[in-house]
Design a protein around this ligand. Structure first.
Ligand code: ATP
Length: 365
């Protein structure tokens, strides 16, 4: 069990900077997600924490001890590279006991530990079976068993479910999360899949081009994205943006959107210039009495909800509404944007304009 902290960590490969000044803390027992698009520096960050790559600058602490120069073998971390990488010529028991045997642990103690781990994973019945004939799920459990049996300080996983089909992937994601909840070991998990990160993570770091864009619990990242990049990367469909030139008036409670005063969350006072108003599709309501207008350009049926695309004076927007709502392509309609949920961004640098004070409005307001 352990807390992991990285401070101002940077990694250059020659003249290319893969990770720029990253800082965040992974608390003891957290299921922590490193999320971002391909090439953003997730794996490099994980490898530096594991000791498989040296940072160019910055510090890495495990349980308060600076480990930047410590080799991987002394960090006591189980790196689950590829869940299916088992020793094919050994049976399940030998696969799981292998790390303990290499440490020179006495045989009786190994037997006890392997039995314990098999019990946790529900694979006691298959301990003496060869790994060759096992189902995908059982192979994955055995691979996990080999990592767990060492009692490491933390588990690191790099896209462990990436190669699986959707149904199996979902089942394994649930199992991994349940296993984590039973064992409570710090787990760091790399993924490019925002849904996987939202479903499984206690906390998420969102990275882009080597930069930490945001770090927090899934709901804050979804409700209050710190940048336009995060707002677009998280959520499906992503957050909508209405781009306009404007100024947030005294009191910071409204902006002029075309000819319409749009209420916004408090504490945005004074921002001006090229702004971008962000609203999630589920917070747009079609309401004929609303003064802000749009024209329906397409609809997409999704079962209980439908996604309605609209053209507005400030760009395209998507609304997620009930499938029971009657909508027609070509129809002109009013759009009600729930003021408690809106985000405003500085269009020049993509950063959210808000004070910390208005976070939590969605949950508590
Ligand atoms: P992916 O999911 O595609 O692996 P990632 O977010 O994990 O993406 P990294 O593997 O950390 O990204 O790579 C970040 C950047 O650093 C990429 O542009 C990659 O090409 C580059 N990179 C990684 N390792 C090296 C290396 N050893 N030498 C040179 N460039 C590297």
């Amino acid at each position: 069990m352990s807390q992991i902290r990285i401070e101002n960590v940077r990694k250059d490969f020659g003249s290319f900077t893969a990770v720029r000044s990253s800082t965040f803390t992974i608390e003891d027992g957290e299921f922590f997600m490193l999320l971002g698009p391909s090439g953003c520096g997730k794996t490099t960050t994980l490898r530096m924490m594991a000791g498989l790559e040296l940072p160019t600058s910055g510090e890495i602490y495990i349980d308060g001890e600076e480990v930047g120069m410590k080799p991987a073998s002394q960090r006591d971390i189980a790196f689950v590279f590829q869940m299916f990488a088992l020793y094919p010529h050994m049976n399940v028991r030998k696969n799981i006991s292998y790390p303990l045997k290499s440490q020179g642990m006495p045989a009786a103690q190994i037997r006890r530990k392997v039995a314990e781990v098999a019990e946790i994973l529900g694979i006691t019945e298959i301990l003496d079976r060869p790994v060759g004939g096992l189902s995908g799920g059982d192979r994955q459990r055995v691979a996990l068993g080999r990592a767990i049996v060492r009692d490491p300080k933390a588990f690191f996983m790099d896209e462990p479910l990436g190669a699986l089909d959707a149904e199996f992937r979902e089942r394994m994601a649930e199992e991994l999360r349940a296993l984590h909840d039973r064992m409570g070991a710090t787990t760091v998990y790399v993924t490019h899949d925002q849904l996987e990160a939202m479903q499984m993570g206690d906390k998420i770091v969102v990275m882009n081009h080597g930069v930490v864009e945001q770090f927090g619990v899934p709901q804050d990242i979804y409700d209050w994205p710190a940048t336009r990049f995060v707002a677009e990367f998280i959520g499906s469909p992503p957050m909508n943006f209405l781009d306009f030139d404007g100024m947030i008036g005294t009191g910071g409670t409204s902006v002029m959107l075309g000819g319409t005063a749009q209420a916004v969350p408090q504490a945005l006072e004074g921002a001006h210039g090229a702004l971008s108003l962000g609203v999630r599709p589920e917070h747009v309501r079609l309401d004929d009495n609303a003064p802000y207008r749009g024209r329906i350009t397409a609809t997409e049926y999704l079962g209980t909800t439908q996604i309605v695309s609209l053209a507005t004076e400030h760009g395209r927007i998507k609304a997620r509404v009930s499938s029971a709502d009657r909508v027609e392509v070509g129809q002109n309609t009013g759009l009600h944007l729930d003021p408690r949920t809106l985000s405003l961004f500085d269009a020049a640098n993509g950063r959210a304009l808000r004070s910390v004070a208005n976070q939590g409005v969605l949950r508590h307001g």
